[in-house]
Design a protein. Structure first.
Length: 341
């Protein structure tokens, strides 16, 4: 776990340096300390909520059941069948960024009698309602789902659960399986009905996507997700949405702070038109090969015929090697013993 001095409160953090130095060609998973030096206010939602839904200062727009107060933005109340969202009005053209989200999910429902959760977005389209936590399906971009209800009764996951999905518009989020088939990675995170502040940090830099949480009121970040090979374009929009069904919760956003990461890129990287690339992930295997692991991680799927064959072949080769080595060792010992008689 990494410390988070001064991160992230309603106002500016301390005056300590914001970023650790990043060497050319390397990316660290260290989270920024919340200083305002590289805070991008045009992409940040901070109390007092100025410019929200205002034509004179249009930074953020909201729709649906979203309610703005002086202390929080409530995406949904603790009522059935509600959907709400809030979206940044300005497209983001940063290639390397980090978003800190101060949020709260709470309600009167007891265990497994609450739902559905919050989604954080970096997508091409904005303000489009839909079935995926109050926003559209078949989206283009990145989604981080903070899911509080297990729709799949056969799942071994422990909820609440945080997962990541990257989509080029061709994939559909399957609510009945809690997005398992399109999930890239995930972790269990007990963020609901906490008496203290809860935070999430999302970092994207040079193809590496990192998600960390601070849910224990220990002023420390805990690793949740770390994926490489992620390609996200610039010019997309940040947003947050939430939805309830037969079960409900209050889904609140207290702040969303976007920081620019000062990372050097190679000339080849600088020559790319980042607005034109398609969201994608260079993954070693399809997410559909994944099955649940109670730890919140993934393990490979059921063994197919060729996998069994390879395992048996490796085992046989191992036995042969051990037998040969054992025979050589035995022969040398025999020769050594003969010299003593």
């Amino acid at each position: 776990c990494l410390g988070r001095p001064g991160l992230p409160g309603p106002g500016p953090g301390p005056t300590t340096p914001l970023f650790l130095l990043l060497l050319l060609g390397s990316v660290t998973a260290d989270i920024t300390d919340g200083n305002s030096e590289h805070l991008k206010r045009e992409h940040s939602l901070i109390k007092p909520y100025q410019g929200v839904g205002s034509s004179s200062m249009p930074l953020w727009d909201f729709q649906g059941s979203t309610m703005l107060t002086s202390q929080y933005v409530r995406l949904t109340p603790d009522e059935r069948s509600k959907e709400g969202s809030i979206w940044n009005h300005q497209p983001c053209f940063l290639k390397d960024w980090e978003m800190h989200v101060h949020f709260k999910v709470h309600g009167t429902g007891k265990k497994n009698l609450h739902g559905d959760g919050i989604a954080l977005w970096y997508t091409r389209d904005r303000l489009v309602p839909g079935p995926v936590f109050g926003s559209k399906d078949n989206f283009h971009g990145l989604a981080i789902f903070l899911d509080t209800y297990p729709n799949d009764e056969t799942t071994e996951r422990v909820f609440p659960y945080i997962s990541v999905m990257v989509n080029n518009g061709s994939l559909s989020y399957d609510h009945s399986k809690d997005g398992r088939w399109t999930e890239l990675a995930g972790c269990t995170a007990d963020f609901r009905n906490r008496d203290h502040d809860t935070f999430l940090a999302v970092r994207y830099s040079r193809g590496r996507l990192t998600v960390m949480t601070d849910l224990e009121d220990k002023n420390e970040w805990k690793n949740c997700i770390d994926i490489t090979g992620v390609r996200l374009p610039t010019g997309y929009y940040f947003g947050a949405s939430a939805g309830t069904g037969d079960l409900s919760d209050n889904h609140d956003i207290i702040s969303m702070k976007l920081f620019q990461l000062m990372v050097e890129h190679t000339p080849d990287e600088e020559s790319i038109d980042w607005t034109k690339i398609e969201p994608s992930v260079n993954f070693l295997k399809s997410p559909k090969d994944n099955v649940d692991d109670p730890t919140g991680n993934f393990r490979s799927g059921p063994l197919t015929g060729w996998r069994v064959f390879l395992l048996l072949l490796c085992a046989l080769l191992g036995i042969v090697v051990c037998a040969v080595v054992g025979a050589v060792v035995f022969q040398k010992r025999q020769e050594r013993n003969k010299r003593f008689y």
